[in-house]
Design a protein around this ligand. Structure first.
Ligand code: NAI
Length: 223
């Protein structure tokens, strides 16, 4: 497949297509039209066609999409047909929750190790993954061909650790610490902030309630 630039907005939507297609595959569906996919995903059929046409040759008029092919191709675009070796820095609540989630491995994300500074945690094993002291960080990254790191440490500690990770050759940081990281251009950062997601949810529920109140007021004839 040709390797052309795909817009960020499309990339953001791909994991959702991937999930739906995976479910279709599991239930034995071999092909699907953009209209059917549209009904299931609650996205317009034209959006689906536009998104998937980015990759060319997936859909055929009157035939629909070949689910397995599309699933495999989207997997390749997302890079989850390859193995990514990952470490977790910060083996507290969040770090351990991530380590305990077995499904990341199914997607090719292999958690090689966890790191912490708390001596009470060092040496413990979470789902077969040992917690190590941060002194070993650089050597471990080299020895285990680690590419990605999840940062689940307090924000005050994150910039210093991020610098160490980058100097040790880490190319991708999954950042849960509430701080924006400065990294060189050849390193990518994906910020995950549950509280920001919650605030968006709060905004949506509040504006919905306000709209409803406004409609009720109008219905009562109040201005
Ligand atoms: P926690 O206190 O249970 O775990 C933090 C761990 O980091 C501790 O075990 C601590 O010893 C370790 N640590 C501290 N400095 C370190 C360093 N320099 N190197 C290695 N390990 C170090 O906290 P929790 O609940 O796991 O949260 C972790 C961080 O993630 C917090 O800063 C919190 O604000 C943030 N957080 C972010 C969320 C998000 O959606 N982005 C959601 C929940 C928490």
């Amino acid at each position: 497949m040709e390797n052309r630039e795909i817009s960020k907005a499309v990339i953001t939507r791909l994991p959702r297509y991937y999930r739906y297609l995976g479910e279709l595959l599991e239930s034995g569906v071999e092909r699907i039209s953009s209209n059917e996919l549209s009904t299931r995903m609650k996205v317009t059929a034209s959006q689906i066609r536009q998104d998937l046409n980015n990759f060319g040759g997936f859909g055929q008029q009157g035939y629909g999409y070949n689910v397995k092919y599309l699933y495999t191709e989207i997997g390749k675009i997302l890079g989850i047909d390859r193995q990514h070796n990952l470490i977790i820095i910060g083996a507290g609540n969040l770090g351990q929750a991530i380590a305990n989630y077995a499904n990341f491995e199914k997607r090719g994300f292999i958690i090689k190790g966890m790191f912490d500074i708390n001596p009470r945690l060092i040496g413990l094993v979470v789902r077969g993954i040992e917690i190590r002291g941060v002194d070993d960080l650089e050597q471990f990254i080299k020895d285990n061909d680690v590419q990605m790191a999840a940062l689940t440490i307090p924000k005050t500690k994150a910039p210093e650790i991020a610098d160490r990770l980058v100097n040790a050759g880490i190319k991708a940081i999954w950042n849960f610490a509430h701080v924006d990281l400065n990294v060189p251009d050849d390193v990518v950062v994906e910020n995950v902030h549950l509280s920001e997601s919650l605030m968006r949810l709060s905004y949506r529920v509040c504006s919905m309630q306000d709209r409803k109140k406004e409609e009720e007021r109008k219905a009562r004839g109040e201005s």
